[in-house]
Ligand binder design. Structure first.
Ligand code: GLC
Length: 619
């Protein structure tokens, strides 16, 4: 392949600029100069992209839709101290079957408190505590050799207050003050506050911070040290695109765009999910598709279900390749607490555009916010407010019959509203059972943990495991003694990776080994069933028994569907086969995890406590 000259690249871009220019001028009318600069940025990036990556680009992002992809997210420092040591951990991921690793913020972060790295000081360097760019590139190459892809976090809504742009703004450079939302008086901030919500109402109240050094106000939607970038300034978008392409050219396979609903602000609105956010994302997508076509964008939009889906864009104007299925995650925990599968089975079904994919998960580094659909709750006979209060208390563990152990996050003493923190295993009952030495509860907790994993590992989309959950890691209360962390209960589920537990994986009856074995078997099952036959259509089933959830999956080039049935209760449950026959399902089926056979000619099928089936038609 002959390398195109930079001029040839530019000419090609000129030919295809219509689409992009429509979006760009919608945001920045009359900014021809800035648009020309953007094309120059793209031309440079294409020109600089190395041969190996260009070869990889020929496959595009097909990999996101292949049934083999299984992800794990982790903090590098907690998992392996730094990138060099992570380089020697390929075996761990290979053993488990992980093929995509999301490295949470690795770029140079603010010194001191930094929101777990989500306050970036320098987007072009790796945090010195983790290594440097050269090591990072080596690491990507090494993981690629083992068939493992790398996803990196890109915090696009804000920089930290010690980023050069912020420091230049503090020095009085108006060019950089315009990179942020800065005001001389509190008039505009007060006007904004009238309609803006609060992300951290308790730990970081308000959306503006007064800068003593400058005697100005700056918008800080998250923590006061996270300054919101002003995307209404085309220079900001151009800078952020330069960085996006720079990261892509390091060889990463996926870029997680942090907190996307917030990136556009407008006075008089709540400054979330504005139409311009979609235009910004459409621009990101068009540019990445041209300059680094094998790189996928993962959007983080933890908002209402009907809004999340909009961040895929449409068939005509695509936005993110993948999005967190936060609604499904919340419904999992809702159904686990209530033992009522109707919460999931009545979830609205949204059509995902082609070449797009959900990231399914149960836990991540953040809290669980109870963003449930109130209309849907009411239709099931629940009072939405009372039900939310119940879930908050249930996962705190304050209800007498709760198996869960967690903490409140962002508790509001006036409204009693809160979110919940805790690891998957602790929220699912393992911590309490072990502490109370309750063997019966321990068995149930282990089954529940396996069920929760099955719910997202076998679902259509990419499963993303939160590192440590595969070992049943429990809550870590030591964060309370660290003054940089004690106010933020999300550190409860951000503990050091338990390498000593990895040494116990051969101890047959050790809970850690049992959890690990279950997760590993599910990953293997996923690859066996969907590896060459990804799900093309998934239908939620409705059964007479409200403890049971079913999915009917139609797989690529498979004649008969795959059937998933989950029991959300700790009691045995009966499923009338007439409920299955209604979907045209008859005959004998093989359960693929256990190997047992089920005959739909029987009147009922029985599922044990928290049992689930993945069934393939036999005859
Ligand atoms: C995202 C991250 C969260 C962080 C926030 C601000 O939501 O997941 O951890 O606090 O963005 O960057």
């Amino acid at each position: 392949m002959n390398k195109l000259t930079k001029q040839e690249v530019r000419d090609t871009l000129d030919l295809m600029d219509q689409d992009l220019s429509v979006d760009y001028y919608r945001l920045y009318p009359n900014e021809q100069g800035a648009f020309e600069q953007l094309k120059e940025i793209m031309a440079t990036a294409i020109y600089q992209r190395n041969k190996a990556l260009k070869l990889q680009d020929e496959q595009g992002v097909n990999w996101v839709n292949d049934g083999n992809t299984v992800g794990m997210m982790l903090y590098v420092d907690l998992f392996s101290e730094d990138l060099s040591q992570l380089m020697d951990k390929v075996w761990y991921f290979k053993n488990l079957g992980i093929t995509l690793i999301h490295l949470m913020p690795v770029l140079e972060k603010r010194v001191g408190e930094n929101d777990g790295g989500y306050a970036v000081k320098n987007y072009l360097e790796i945090d010195p505590s983790l290594g440097n760019m050269a090591i990072f590139e080596k690491l990507i190459a090494k993981y690629h050799l083992s068939g493992i892809r790398i996803c990196i976090d890109y915090v696009i809504n804000h920089t930290s207050n010690d980023h050069t742009w912020a420091l230049n703004a503090i020095k009085g450079e108006t060019k950089y003050q315009d990179y942020f939302y800065m005001y001389d008086t509190d008039e505009r901030p007060k006007a904004f506050e009238k309609t803006m919500n609060q992300v951290f109402p308790n730990v970081a109240p308000g959306n503006f911070t007064f800068l003593n050094a400058l005697q100005k106000w700056v918008m800080t939607t998250f923590y006061p040290f996270q300054w919101d970038l002003n995307y209404s300034n085309p220079q900001v978008l151009n800078e952020m695109i330069t960085i996006l392409l720079n990261l892509a050219n390091k060889g990463v396979d996926m870029i997680r765009l942090d907190a996307i609903p917030y990136v556009w602000k407008s006075l008089g609105s709540d400054c979330r999910n504005l139409p311009e956010v979609h235009t910004v994302l459409a621009i990101f997508r068009k540019i990445i598709s041209v300059c680094a076509p094998s790189v996928a964008l993962l959007g983080e939009a933890i908002v209402e279900p009907q809004t999340i889906i909009t961040y895929f864009g449409s068939e005509e104007s695509s936005e993110c390749h993948s999005l967190y299925n936060a609604s499904y995650m919340v419904e999992i925990w809702n159904s686990i607490a209530t033992r009522d599968a109707r919460h999931i089975s009545h979830m609205p079904q949204y059509r995902v555009p082609s070449k797009s994919v959900w990231i399914n998960y149960a836990r991540c580094h953040d809290d669980i916010g109870w963003g449930l659909d109130n209309g849907h709750l009411r239709s099931l006979g629940f009072d939405p407010h009372a039900h939310k209060m119940y879930l908050i208390d249930f996962y705190l563990g304050s209800l007498k019959d709760s198996f869960s152990r967690g903490e409140l996050y962002e508790y509001n003493p006036q409204s009693l509203d809160a979110r919940n923190s805790g690891t998957l295993a602790s929220l699912a009952g393992l911590e309490r059972a072990l502490k109370e030495k309750d063997r019966y509860q321990l068995e149930l907790a282990l089954k529940r943990i396996e069920l929760i994993h099955a719910l997202f590992i076998l679902k259509s989309g990419i499963p993303m495991i939160y590192s440590g959950d595969e070992l049943g890691t429990l809550n870590d209360y030591t964060y309370k003694t660290d003054s940089h962390k004690s106010h933020d209960s999300r550190w409860l589920h951000r503990s050091k990776f338990a390498w000593n537990d990895v040494e116990k994986l051969n101890e047959v009856s050790n809970p850690v080994a049992l959890v690990y074995k279950g997760v590993k078997a599910l990953i293997a099952l996923r690859k066996l069933i969907y590896g060459n036959h990804p799900v093309v259509q998934e239908e939620t089933m409705h059964f007479g028994n409200s403890h049971l959830l079913g999915f009917l999956q139609h797989l690529k080039s498979e004649e008969t569907p795959t059937l998933l049935i989950y029991n959300f209760s700790e009691d045995r449950q009966w499923l009338y086969t007439s409920d299955l026959k209604r979907y045209g399902l008859n005959g004998k089926w093989l359960e693929m995890l256990q190997g047992k056979r089920l005959d739909f000619a029987e009147n009922t099928l029985i599922l044990g406590p928290y049992e689930f089936f993945l069934l393939k038609f036999e005859n």
